[in-house]
Design a protein around this ligand. Structure first.
Ligand SMILES: Nc1nc2c(ncn2[C@@H]2O[C@H](COP(=O)(O)OP(=O)(O)OP(=O)(O)O)[C@@H](O)[C@H]2O)c(=O)[nH]1
Ligand SMILES: [Zn+2]
Length: 382
């Protein structure tokens, strides 16, 4: 098959699955059609966020019965379909011609906040998604986009100048990203709360998402090392947002490590529990209209927590850390580390006073997220 993009070059070698995933993700973010190649044929995929009237008009003129919209089970349930919500994808086929506005209202609850959405489910046929739809959703999540897209089987056609990716490369590239982290640079960076700090930067082979380890003091690697898995939070860590507890947890962990036996804070590029900053801001908008942090994720089509802790495990391995004491209130972090082979000898609570903006968020973490908080203390202080 002739691929529009040359992945094989005698001088520069074969492009890895991960590089292909990154290119494909950028193509979707730009709103261009990406071609997914598989044993069942070639499929054009366009992020639902990028749907436009000309695209829909063309589709409805040339491929009327041949295209579908992909949504996750979480979103399908929110739209009104009675299907399995978790870890599933569905195909929606329009019963009559649709507009950009109706597609956007279907996939983006922040757009449909004030819209009459009762008729949404009635305008579409629903069917279980296939492996192409599943791979497309993986890629959309990787790109930080809403997990919804238009898919058009191409039969014998190819699209000129489009980037192509094999379905198998999507899955291989995403797991390669988790498993090939290596150290690319490190430097001493004295901090206000801890003078003796070294930052170690990790990158997957062939580029991709970078993560940091912040080594505070000189932890004894022959003893259990105090660590924190801290997921990036631009709003809390950098701006001091009062909507969450991330800023206090970040500074608090570094201060504690500096004042005690030292430790390692793994700063993971997993903004918004893995849904990305833009989607987190969408989730905040939904929370301002009454949803809690878990339902806001579901409404956007995501799972409650999209994080993967394999990068953290890889970093610990590179830093020769074998046994850990984890600063966290989140039992899922402890379970994930243990499942991935890290010896967790202790969980150390990491609670900070609530304020009037984050009290509801922290309560939800305790009641729905399984976080180990003393809920009565959240009610009283802050
Ligand atoms: N999707 C979503 N993400 C949020 C929200 N509020 C904060 N976050 C993100 O949640 C993550 C915070 O995670 P962590 O600090 O690792 O905390 P945790 O899972 O609550 O567990 P701890 O270790 O106890 O802090 C960061 O990536 C934040 O950006 C929200 O309302 N919605
Ligand atoms: Zn935060």
């Amino acid at each position: 098959m002739n691929s529009p993009v040359a992945y094989l070059d005698p001088v520069f070698g074969v492009t890895s699955a991960l590089s292909k995933v990154d290119r494909a993700a950028h193509e979707l973010r730009r709103g261009d059609a990406l071609i997914i190649q598989s044993t069942s044929g070639n499929f054009a995929v366009i992020a639902a966020e990028a749907v436009s009237d000309p695209l829909l008009l063309n589709l409805q003129a040339h491929d009327a019965n041949n295209w579908h919209l992909v949504v996750t089970g979480q979103r399908a349930v929110r739209i009104g379909f009675e299907v399995d919500a978790q870890d599933s994808v569905y195909q929606l086929k329009a019963k009559q011609p649709v507009t950009t506005k109706s597609v956007q209202e279907l996939v983006d609850p922040t757009i449909s906040l004030n819209a009459d959405t009762d008729s949404q489910a009635h305008s579409w046929h629903i069917d279980t998604g296939d492996h192409i739809d599943g791979a497309a959703v993986l890629l959309l999540k990787h790109a930080g986009l809403l997990p919804a897209c238009v898919v058009v089987p191409l039969k014998d056609r190819m699209l000129q100048d489009s980037v192509c990716i094999a379905e198998a490369d999507i899955r291989a590239g995403i797991s390669e990203q988790r498993e090939t982290l290596h150290i690319v640079s490190r430097a001493r960076v004295p901090l206000e709360d801890a003078e003796n700090v070294e930052i170690v930067a990790f990158r997957p082979e062939d580029g991709g998402t970078e993560h940091l380890a912040i080594i505070v003091g000189q932890p004894d690697l022959n003893q259990p090392v105090m660590i924190r898995l801290h997921s990036e939070c631009f709003t809390g860590d950098l701006l001091g947002s009062l909507r969450c507890d991330c800023g206090s947890q970040l500074r608090g962990a570094i201060s504690l490590m500096a004042a005690t036996e030292g430790g390692i804070l793994l700063y993971l590029a997993q903004e918004g529990r893995g849904i990305g900053l833009i989607n987190k801001l969408r989730a905040y908008q939904l929370q301002d209209s009454g949803l809690d942090t878990v339902d806001a994720n579901f409404d956007l089509g995501f799972e409650e927590d999209e994080r993967d802790y394999m990068p953290a495990v890889q970093m610990l391995k590179h830093l020769n850390v074998r046994q850990v004491r984890v600063l966290t209130n989140n039992p899922r972090k402890v379970n994930a580390l243990s499942r991935l082979g890290v010896n967790v000898v202790e969980r150390v609570a990491h609670v900070f006073p609530a304020n009037r903006h984050n009290r509801g968020y922290l309560m939800t973490k305790g009641t729905r997220g399984g976080h180990l908080f003393d809920l009565s203390s959240l009610k009283e202080h802050g």
